[in-house]
Design a binder for this molecule. Structure first.
Ligand SMILES: Cc1ncc(C[n+]2csc(CCOP(=O)(O)OP(=O)(O)O)c2C)c(N)n1
Ligand code: SF4
Length: 353
């Protein structure tokens, strides 16, 4: 080894044997202290789980459990959330948590809630599931739970496909998206069918509160969880959660992707009470859907050159976004401080009879 290499080796050793520590810098130490003090006091879902980098579902579950606090029992349909938080014998949960089958998270939560009631306890119950476990497989149990008036908040982490088992299409997968069971080709341009309008189906149960939210607006998620838990009776929250692996985008762009879903009108943020719209997040500056689609590999075929079907499908998706904006009255005039560019929470409107 020559002298030059020896010096370089010593330099690297010094760097890696003892990485520079924030404790060495009093200014940075203070900054870190401040950041730590601003962290929520209670974390129901700890760091150290095994989700992919940039997983929207992990972020959403953290927000939900932080907002719910410690006096809560969770039930969890199988899916990514269950798998990455509980690789036996480890668990990232700091609150009582029960794994259920794919189809019965809501049924188990109903039983837990009835048991709490019988014991005179006020512990809150939250049932959770992915979109596969909610829109499709667990829908029967969920509908029964809502109809029987159980005092449970159901949270659906909507990443728009069955991710845990290899990105199969679900009832929530958007029209024209590519999944392993809706591949684009000669016969079709990705998923043939439309995304199921689950929120309207839930609203048709006339439950006290149902809402959609997005990880791009974390304070809005927190506020909606707290609102749902403050209401007696069944409540429902649909949280849009990008999945870098299944959607084919950079994990560092999860929030950007989620925000564009809202700002294009493809994922409207609304609140419904007893079936009536009582809150929306207006969109100040509607973005074209191509801004959203272009960031994700699952829509890559919609940008194919010399294929008229690609252009038609883009027009189709733009029409869906425009329709959402029209039916929920999402167009903002730019002065509303509570719109999609602004204060990170919905604008409450009067109940429409
Ligand atoms: C009745 C039944 N069918 C299929 C499966 C296999 N399975 C387990 S998790 C899963 C996908 C979960 O998808 P989703 O609910 O959307 O949650 P994600 O993994 O996307 O978070 C499937 C198909 C099962 N466990 N039970
Ligand atoms: S596959 Fe998607 S939902 Fe599952 S852990 Fe990875 S990013 Fe999250």
């Amino acid at each position: 080894m020559n002298a030059k290499h020896a010096d370089r080796l010593a330099e690297l050793r010094a760097k890696f044997d003892r990485p520079p520590s924030w404790k060495d810098d009093p200014k940075e130490d203070k900054e870190r202290q401040t950041i730590r003090e601003r962290q929520p006091r209670f974390r129901g879902l700890e760091a150290g789980h095994r989700a992919c980098q940039g997983c929207g579902e992990a972020l959403a579950a953290r927000l939900v459990t932080e907002a719910a606090g410690p006096d809560v029992i969770l039930t969890n349909a199988t899916g990514c959330l269950e798998v990455f938080t509980t690789p036996w014998p480890q668990s990232a949960w700091r609150v009582p948590w029960m794994h259920s089958l794919f189809e019965n998270s809501a049924a188990i939560a109903s039983g837990v809630e009835a048991a709490m009631k019988a014991q005179g306890k006020s512990t809150k119950v939250i049932a959770m599931g992915g979109d596969g476990g909610t829109f499709d497989i667990g829908f029967q149990a969920l509908s029964g739970m809502l109809e029987r008036d159980h005092d449970v908040l159901y949270v659906c982490y909507d990443n728009e496909a069955y991710m845990n088992t290899g990105i199969q299409r679900s009832g929530s997968t958007p029209h024209a998206a590519m999944t392993t069971t809706s591949p684009p080709g000669k016969e079709r341009m990705g998923k043939r069918h439309l995304k199921k309008d689950l929120l309207s189906i839930i609203a048709a149960h006339h439950i006290p509160y149902a809402a959609s939210a997005s990880v791009a607006y974390p304070r809005d998620v927190t506020r909606k969880v707290r609102r749902a838990l403050s209401i007696e009776g069944p409540t429902f929250l649909l949280i849009h959660c990008p999945c870098p692996l299944g959607w084919g985008h950079d994990g560092a762009r999860t929030i950007e992707v989620a925000r564009l879903a809202v700002q294009t009108g493809l994922f409207p943020l609304v609140e419904l009470e007893r079936g009536a719209i009582t809150g929306v997040m207006p969109i100040r500056d509607q973005k074209p859907i191509t801004d959203y689609l272009g960031l994700q590999n699952r829509f890559r075929h919609l940008f194919a050159k010399n294929d008229h079907r690609a252009e038609e499908e883009r027009e189709h998706l733009q029409a869906i976004a425009d329709y959402n904006i029209a039916i929920y009255g999402l167009a903002a005039d730019g002065d509303d401080p509570l719109d999609s560019e602004g204060a990170d929470t919905v604008h409450r409107c009067a109940i429409v009879p």
